[in-house]
Design a protein around this ligand. Structure first.
Ligand code: NAD
Length: 354
């Protein structure tokens, strides 16, 4: 298993170091794991003048999976758009053709009080959001800011999805629903946007290939509301790039802390990029207080989706659960009566529990 490790910026280096400890523990158990490090984001711009340098692209393409921390930092906000860290992230996703983004929102019972919602609304919550990642208004052409003949500026982005793009993300979502509770909710804005009218048609056609999965459709505005009103009605949710971006952040907060949520971005062959759902948190970088559990749980997703190793995925998830049961908490999930630990200590505790 060749893994490209890209710590990135901010807390990225601290949290990835903890995930690497877990991988090393698995290696000392006999698993054949090879890890090679490279730069992405601001760190890559500093070292190589490009947020996604060729050396990183080569390594990522030659690896079976990529483990990423996060990218971004205040010092890069004034760089030309193409040189900003976030552009490196968009480019690696596009280059590796990572069209399927899987973001679970799972609430550990030990953290039921960390959510801002009433615990009876969220306890037992277990949603998987499947977001299309390489199309939609984020990539559609034409785009840009132009000046109209009357001198006024105009901003343009284009929402578009081809049928084949919808079909391939649809298969991923139906496949995941088959392995879970066989409920799939497809989210669109078919009452207003033709792009998503096609999305709804294609999902309905695909559902004939998955007769065991109960497919429903929901408008995105209603979904935003239902996620906070009655989130447990959802099992698997599938949606386009922009709606998925917003809804998955909303769903993540149902669970209390973004520091707990892993994510996977997969290509057609289940090669994947695994990263926490949060960013580089420059406000807490270098203080050893970041929560590394989302990154560690991303390693569990890597074993499950790229390496087909459900047993070790469950082992890592079990170890995370155990440290929470032991009362260990980083600052973001801390509550009275628990033991506050830093990023590195949390990583060590997960390795011991493993
Ligand atoms: P962020 O997710 O970095 O931080 C939001 C808040 O959550 C902050 O208060 C932060 O301290 C906290 N937080 C995040 N992760 C945490 C963790 N593991 N443990 C404890 N607390 C944590 O989002 P932001 O502040 O909007 O963005 C900061 C930078 O990250 C920006 O440059 C942004 O572009 C970038 N970003 C990168 C990614 C990515 O790499 N995938 C995603 C989102 C944002």
């Amino acid at each position: 298993m060749k893994i490209a490790v890209l710590p990135g910026d901010g807390i990225g280096t601290e949290i990835v170091a903890q995930a690497a400890k877990v991988l090393e523990a698995l290696r000392s158990d006999g698993m054949k794991i090879e890890m090679e490090y490279a730069h992405l984001g601001g760190a890559a711009y500093d070292a190589e003048g490009d947020p996604f340098p060729q050396s990183t692209e080569k390594l990522a393409k030659a690896s079976d999976a990529v483990l990423l921390g996060a990218v971004g930092g205040y010092q890069y906000d004034t760089l030309p758009r193409d040189m900003r860290p976030e552009r490196g992230l968009l480019r690696i996703r596009k280059e590796l053709n990572l069209f399927a983004n899987l973001r679970p929102a799972l609430l550990y019972p030990e953290l039921a009080n960390a959510s801002t919602l009433k615990s009876e609304v969220v306890s037992g919550l277990d949603i998987m959001i499947v977001r299309e990642l390489t199309g939609d208004v984020y990539f559609g052409q034409p785009r840009g800011i132009t000046t109209l003949p009357n001198g006024e500026r105009e901003g343009v982005n284009t929402m578009r999805y081809s049928e084949s793009e919808i079909i391939r993300i649809g298969h991923v979502a139906f496949g995941i629903a088959m392995k879970r509770n066989k409920k799939l909710c497809s989210v669109d804005k078919a009452n207003v946007l033709e792009t998503t009218e096609l999305w709804r048609m294609v999902m309905t056609e695909l559902s004939k290939e998955y007769p065991e999965v109960a497919l429903t459709h929901m408008l995105v505005d209603n979904t935003a509301m239902q996620l906070v009103r009655a989130p447990k009605q959802f099992d698997v949710v599938v949606t386009g790039n922009i709606f998925g971006d917003i809804l998955s952040d909303e769903a993540s907060m149902l669970t209390g802390s973004i520091g707990m949520l892993p994510s996977a971005s997969l290509d057609q062959n289940n090669k994947g990029l695994y990263e926490p759902s949060h960013g580089s948190a420059p406000d807490i970088a270098g203080k050893d207080i970041a929560n590394p559990l989302a990154t560690i749980l991303s390693v569990a997703m890597m074993l499950r989706y790229t390496f087909n190793d459900e047993a070790n995925a469950l082992r890592i998830e079990g170890a995370v659960r155990k440290v929470l049961q032991q009362g260990l908490r980083t600052a973001d999930i801390f509550e009275a009566g628990m033991q506050k630990v830093g990023c590195s200590k949390m990583g060590d505790a997960v390795v011991s529990a493993l």
